[in-house]
Design a protein around this ligand. Structure first.
Ligand SMILES: CCCCCCC[C@@H](O)CC(=O)SCCNC(=O)CCNC(=O)[C@H](O)C(C)(C)COP(=O)(O)OP(=O)(O)OC[C@H]1O[C@@H](n2cnc3c(N)ncnc32)[C@H](O)[C@@H]1OP(=O)(O)O
Length: 896
């Protein structure tokens, strides 16, 4: 049944075009009132007009997303409420944008989502219903070159969503987040134009509608990648980790010694939220473990200068003290002079070298200058921030939001920016940013903090990507804090877990020279426990492109694209990898093609993985005789032409016949410039899996294996399985390649995947020696006219005008007829075959003489076929596997 949004009011931000427009149109078409928000009045009005024209109900809102109150007010004034909020507004990218503008625009991203959600929240709470869909991006999840702040903002929205999901639960408010893949500068580099065209917003909108619907599947706090009809859920995956003993042996060297174990994903966990009980257990385990083995040589920082921001107290001071103890020059940054000086003197007293930097963490340049002045260089940056404002979301003020988000993100950004040219120049740098498990999983009353800390993760992943060329490694350490300890009154509760000293060694290892390659990683640490956390993506589901995608279709595949346990889940680590998987999914066998409609011309070739309906083929003995005759069997060969013969049988290549109707059922008119007269049979593989019945009913199922772009031509390969429906036994397997001249150049793949069928791809190069056997057979002028009656009625083989369009002087012989004749030669010479394959290398005109040259190589017969009159090769790369390896067992030797 179609999902209705009647009675719902949906606010869509950034709805003047692209995704926002597609959402608006879809919701409106399903009966919702829509507030079309966009700063461009013209764009918003156009969408509203379109909705009204189709009988829908919509109004514009031209307020900035940072003025959420105004947007929500429009909804309430016109429609009495808001039930669904789609935070979609994105940024415009201007060239040559200054740092300040860039920074601002990025923050607007987060601030916009905050502001609109904050405004809608009390309405949602009151009516005990609300749906929020936030928009992240692959660039946020994995980082992306040149998009440090963008990835920060986008990842921030993942953290934001997680917290909203936790806080909203009790009010019937649910929040989900999508990372949509739409055509952009990023995708242009890796995708052919056809696929870019496939990245239509209409392939994203149905998921959003499914997530937002009151009766939709449970998606609270969940994240989905979606684009081009591909949908996959993404979740966190955490290694089991290592519990270290909390004593003086808990050092960076101890971390190095067990690094492989920390990052071993053998028995991963998939937490959805923070569990204090788990953390307590972790602490107990750490306390119970034995002294930690150390790597050698000991990790030290002699001669290295380390900047630690917000190091006046708490975590930052613990880091600074550790680095000082291990020989580093330490720049202790914080705004509180007394605190900074205390840390500096503690380091100096212990024999280390430290200087104060009393300034904001946002003053990256100033902090770096202190390092250069005091120590002449900088090698390690540890960014850290201590601003925390805990408030239920409904009470969180704009100031609460700004302070936490700005300080956390901006501080890391500015400091990284300041050290960057130095690191690049010296081709060495280690950056450790600090996040929190609250950013990973969200936590009630900490929407601002979880957003900021998630943003740090996205930001760091981009630094890792950009730094790779210059040996700049960037990692993010999430201090895993118990939720309750985060509220001011219960600090002591689980204080032990949160104890600063317990976090420092992991950070120390990552910041050291001993870390030669780990970058872009997220580590969770707490109370002596350290683990790595990464993304896991379900294998997903690729919806065919030929039918409009609907929310109902999305829901029907929910179990498929949220299934992490079917062996198809992956761990993409970059946008590129994420994209690759989407592309591969297009090419992969799609197990559930019932959306496919082979007659819809609006198809994206790569997505076309169709399975035809099972096709029945019923035949009698006379059909077998007809086949045998049509490939040259004679009245003398009674087992092939007389049904009363005790050895009556079909030739092995009869196996192509029951499959033909099924294999040729696909219309290929979706190919560019398709002209059936230009279609040629290119290759054929047949496996005979069981004795061939001489009459009966067989059922064949065919699906498209791949569509290749051969430049001027397209090549389409199908695979067919023919079964005996009464037993379910597979009798034949056919792989057919058709070559469609003039239909190439659509930007598809040129070479196919390695197929799992050796005989298909085998080169079958004939050996250098003379053939072991040669069979010569003149075809008949009526050969094609006769062969047609097996079921291939292609006019190419009978109608001169049709053949002329294809460029042939007269009708040509069926490829499968030549194939059958050659197969008969092999069979009669060497015996029963279990499979056979050939490439149609040149056309045969009926009446020409075929010469089959055969070489026996163990249980294989390599062969080729030439036309005697023209001395031209017509079957190449051909081979057959014998069922019984020797010629002594020739079947019916005396009779044929
Ligand atoms: C769904 C509908 C189902 C309908 C099923 C079948 C219906 C039947 O009725 C149709 C028929 O029986 S037609 C008759 C039988 N077939 C023929 O006569 C074809 C003979 N072959 C030719 O003319 C050329 O080889 C020709 C034209 C095929 C290729 O020649 P060129 O254009 O010169 O190609 P070339 O430059 O050599 O190679 C270009 C790329 O294409 C690959 N290729 C070549 N021949 C191929 C072939 N026969 N099959 C598959 N791929 C083939 C090459 O490898 C090359 O690829 P790449 O550049 O990647 O190396």
């Amino acid at each position: 049944m179609a999902l209705s949004f009647k009675g719902h009011t949906v606010v869509v931000t950034g709805a003047g075009g692209g995704l926002g427009k597609a959402y608006s149109l879809l919701f409106a078409s399903r009966g919702a009132n829509v507030v079309v928000n966009d700063v461009s009045e013209a764009a918003a009005s156009k969408v509203v007009d379109e909705i009204r024209r189709m009988g829908g109900s919509a109004v514009t809102s031209v307020a900035s997303v940072t003025d959420g109150e105004l947007i929500i007010k429009t909804a309430v004034e016109h429609f009495g409420t808001v039930t669904i909020l789609i935070n979609n507004a994105g940024i415009l990218r201007f060239k040559n944008m200054s740092d300040k503008e860039w920074d601002f625009v990025q923050l607007v991203h987060l601030k916009g989502a905050f502001s609109c959600t904050k405004a809608a929240w009390p309405v949602f709470v009151k009516q005990k219903f609300g749906r929020i869909i936030n928009t992240a991006s692959a660039a946020g999840l994995y980082g992306n070159n040149g998009q440090a702040n963008y990835s920060a903002a986008k990842m921030g929205l993942v953290g934001f969503t997680k917290t909203l999901a936790l806080e909203g639960e009790k009010y019937g408010i649910k929040a989900s987040v999508i990372a949509p893949m739409a055509a952009s500068a990023m995708t242009e580099t890796v995708m052919p134009p056809d696929m870019l065209a496939g990245l239509k917003p209409e392939f994203v909108a149905p998921l959003v509608a499914a997530l937002a619907h009151p009766d939709g599947p449970e998606a609270n706090g969940r994240l989905f990648e979606v684009g081009a009809g591909f949908v996959a859920e993404v979740r966190w995956e955490r290694s089991h980790g290592v519990h270290f003993r909390l004593d003086e042996t808990f050092t960076p060297s101890a971390i190095a010694a067990q690094w492989d174990k920390i990052t071993d994903f053998e028995n991963p966990e998939h937490p959805m939220r923070i569990s204090d009980t788990d953390l307590k257990r972790a602490l107990d385990l750490s306390k119970a473990s034995s002294p930690n083995p150390q790597s050698s040589p000991e990790i030290r920082f002699d001669g290295k200068t380390v900047i630690v921001t917000a190091a006046g107290a708490g975590l930052g001071s613990a880091y600074a003290l550790m680095f000082g103890k291990l020989g580093a020059n330490v720049v202790v940054n914080d705004t509180d002079e007394a605190n900074v000086n205390a840390v500096v003197s503690e380091i100096n007293k212990a024999g280390g070298k430290a200087v104060p930097s009393i300034t904001s963490t946002e003053d990256g340049e100033g902090i770096v200058k202190t390092a250069l002045d005091a120590f002449g260089g900088v090698h390690v940056l540890v960014t850290n921030a201590r601003v925390l404002r805990s408030k239920p979301f409904g009470e969180m003020s704009e100031a609460d939001w700004d302070e936490v988000v700005d300080v956390n993100i901006r501080g890391s950004f500015r400091c990284a920016k300041a050290v960057w040219p130095i690191f690049q120049k010296q081709k060495y740098g280690r950056i450790i940013t600090t996040a929190s498990n609250i950013g990973i999983y969200g936590a009630p009353s900490l929407a601002n903090y979880s957003t900021a800390k998630a943003a740090i993760i996205g930001f760091t992943k981009t630094l890792a990507i950009e730094g790779a060329r210059s040996n700049i490694l960037a990692n993010v350490v999430a201090s895993t804090a118990p939720i309750r300890a985060r509220s001011p009154n219960s600090q002591e509760d689980l204080a032990d877990i949160f104890k600063s000293d317990y976090l420092a060694p992991v950070l120390g290892y990552l910041a050291s020279e001993a870390n030669e390659e780990t970058t872009g990683s997220l580590l969770e640490v707490a109370g002596g426990w350290a683990a790595q956390t990464r993304w896991q993506r379900a294998g997903g589901f690729g919806f065919p492109h030929k039918k409009p995608l609907t929310p109902e279709a999305v829901i029907s595949k929910w179990n498929k694209f949220t299934n992490f346990d079917d062996g198809r889940a992956t761990n993409p680590a970059s946008t590129h990898e994420a994209l690759q998987q989407i592309i591969e999914n297009f090419e992969n066998e799609n197990e559930e093609e019932e959306y496919a409609d082979p007659d819809d011309p609006d198809v994206v070739v790569e997505a076309k993985k169709i399975r035809g309906d099972p096709e029945e083929y019923s035949y009698e003995e006379k059909d077998v005789i007809l086949y045998n005759l049509s490939v040259g069997a004679t009245e003398k060969e009674l087992p092939l032409t007389y049904e009363g013969d005790s050895d009556f049988r079909a030739l092995p290549t009869f196996g192509v016949i029951p499959a033909f109707a099924s294999a040729s059922a696909f219309s290929l008119d979706w190919l560019p410039n398709y002209n059936p007269a230009k279609l040629l049979h290119g290759e054929q593989y047949l496996a005979i899996k069981a004795p061939i019945p001489t009459s009966g009913t067989l059922v064949t199922t065919t699906r498209v294996l791949e569509v290749l772009d051969k430049g001027k031509a397209a090549s389409v390969r199908t695979i067919s399985e023919t079964k005996d429906p009464s037993t379910g036994e597979i009798i034949f397997e056919n792989v057919m390649t058709v070559f469609v001249r003039g239909s190439g150049g659509f930007g598809g793949k040129k070479t196919g995947n390695e197929l799992d069928f050796g005989p298909i791809t085998a080169a079958n190069e004939p050996p250098q020696r003379k053939p072991d056997a040669v069979a010569v057979e003149k075809t008949n002028a009526s050969q094609a006219a006769l062969y047609r009656l097996n079921g291939d009625l292609n006019p190419l083989h009978i109608l001169p005008e049709f053949a002329a369009i294809g460029g042939y002087s007269t009708p040509i012989l069926h490829g499968l007829c030549s194939f059958g004749i050659a197969g008969k030669h092999v069979f009669k010479t060497f015996g029963e075959i279990k499979d056979i394959k050939a490439r149609f290398a040149g056309v045969v005109y009926p009446g020409e003489t075929l010469v089959t040259e055969m070489w026996k190589e163990n249980d294989k017969v390599i062969f080729n076929v030439k036309v005697k009159e023209r001395e031209s090769v017509v079957l190449a790369a051909a081979g057959a596997t014998l069922l019984q390896g020797t010629s002594e067992s020739l079947p019916l030797k005396s009779k044929l």
